[in-house]
Design a binder for this molecule. Sequence first.
Ligand SMILES: Nc1ncnc2c1ncn2[C@@H]1O[C@H](COP(=O)(O)OP(=O)(O)OP(=O)(O)O)[C@@H](O)[C@H]1O
Length: 727
Amino acid sequence: MEKKTIADVEVNDMIKAGLSMEEAKEFHKILKQTIAEAKGSDAREVWQKVVAKRMLMPWHPHRLHQLIYYSVYAHWDASINGPPLYWFPSLSQSKYTNLGRAMEIYGPKFLGASYKDPVTSFRLFQKYSVQHPDDYWSIILRELSIVFHEVPKCIIDTTNKSKHGGKWLPGSVLNIAECCLQPSSHPRKNDDSVAIVWSDESDNSKVNHMTLKELREQVMLVANALDATFAKGDAIAIDMPMTVSAVVIYLAIVLAGFVVVSIADSFAAKEIASRLRISDAKAIFTQDYIIRGGRKFPLYSRVVEANPHKAIVIPAIGSDVGIELRQQDLSWEDFLSSVNHLLRPNYYCPIYQPVDSITNILFSSGTTGEPKAILWTQLSPIRCASDAWAHIDIQVGDVYCWPTNLGWVMGPILLYSCFLNGATLALFHGSPLGRGFGKFVQDAGVTVLGTVPSLVKAWKSTNCTEGLDWTKIKSFCSTGESSNVDDDLWLSSRAYYKPIIECCGGTELASSYIQGCPLQPQAFGAFSTASMTTGFVILDENGVPYPDDQPCVGEVGLFPLYLGASDRLLNADHYKVYFKGMPMFKGMHLRRHGDILKRTVGGYFIVQGRADDTMNLGGIKTSSVEIERVCDRADEGIMETAAISVAPVDGGPELLVIFVVLKKGFNVEPDKLKMKFSKAIQSNLNPLFKVSFVKIVPEFPRTASNKLLRRVLRDQMKHELSLRSKI
Ligand SMILES: Nc1ncnc2c1ncn2[C@@H]1O[C@H](COP(=O)(O)OP(=O)(O)OP(=O)(O)O)[C@@H](O)[C@H]1O
């Protein structure tokens, strides 16, 4: 893309970007005025005014959005100014956010005269929350609908030094599913509050509603049926799309004191089998079919191949399962009929357990190797719902949608974030890739929409949201892997440039350790802060932390006191995975997370991939993500790129290899791309970096949750090089 400054943009450029002559002239006039109003030539101010005036509309062609955004920031030097900002908090609105409201009450008490307002004092308040977790978590326990059966003795007990993460809320007893299901005065939810809205793909003109009372009664009915079939403490798997039934089953398992084993519905039989074995699951809830994009995919047959002890099968459509079951299996209808003899089948007395009892066995994505079986306790939901409260600003009245599955950490996070904050959960029973999903977002009045980068890429490239109104959305969220800046520009523009809250954490943290925040300006693909109560350092190659105020790149070392983080693994040694070999810092044994973080000027964070994806090019350490960001924009035919490095067979410095997926209908020669990549990398990153190979492939290998598997590409390339060397 040419680098025109905003002052040089002409009517002609706007016509090229898709406006009619008339529209272009009008737009140009307003643009000129706006530039003049932004005193001086501060790009941030110009962009802020462009957004405030709503000059760029969701239905304008993306090329126009690109033209304006990239021209505004054409000469922005991120190494001096920090990342370009696209969203700015307003002081008045900040006081109505959850965190801003709490800061106005507690800020003066905690910070004394240093407290000014939620925007100015955010960083100080975050720091305070790290140093005084007792104060912060006491606020959160009042803000979320948490009701203890027995109250905690204190917030944290650190006397047992062998417990690296401390003992949180010791002595407390509760049932976290009950906290989701009961009415509460703060957050205000009553029996008639809408707990879930959903649509079926096959009839997505209809948005269905379920009240809190209806949800509670369904959950209690299933809890009674579970009691009729299982023994307390049994692990019970769920492998099905994240439908209303799946959510009901999840909550019922927790309410009745069993343990959920979360398995994503995209896994092959072998992977289902290993998860059932590791967790010793006594049964599995599944569906006969998965309906997706108008097609019917068998699920029960795949699950049965994994040989579960027992399967309980929910019909994807209607009330009858459309297949023959094994003898030991039960249809959903038969399973529920086990409560027919009860006087009050819709009532269940929750099983209260200590806060650190296990509720859910989850598996990490397996980006770095074997998936880890991670144990969620009742602390994990408190943690994730608190992130949603503080960083995503989930409030009563919000309709929160995030296409995911209970087998990915986002599934349980979404569920608890809604129900512990009194918001409505929005579920689409079908494929999130097409227009049907976009229409659901519009019709269900979704106010917060979560995504992963590959979804945004698909929506943008098919333009499937054209003509739909997404302007009720107050914020977007993104997680899973690094976002693409241009895709995020497109997404944010769907709702007049609402913030995209980046979330990066891990299944074992039950939360994000870095995140965006509605009290801070936001930059595409960047994180504005460590999450509330999270402390970390960025380590240099010798394991020595960089000073907190210094821009740098290195591996993150988390402070170990982290409410909700795992302290056990079922299939690996927790200490070895997360602590062994990590340095000490101020008397704390740092916790490993494995991400390479860049701290920019201005204190923003950019995830540069996993420590394993770091490469050494001619003695200079660099990250794949950094190279991909530059290459993604080197040619208009590029859909996405993946950068890896491999050691040559006969030794010497590592070779840089760029894999490319082209957009449909484009045909570009690898050699041409190689030149373009080299030029782009040399002028944007380092003049010494050289691209050795470019390989065009139809698609990238990904984990079942769609994360790019660079380690597989690396293995492929190593193999190819070793073959070549033998010729
Ligand atoms: N918004 C994001 N931007 C960049 N990277 C992200 C983002 N969100 C998550 N990630 C990456 O995903 C990781 C967390 O994913 P998850 O807990 O599912 O396990 P995994 O690390 O992918 O799998 P495993 O631990 O099995 O290798 C983060 O540490 C980070 O590397």
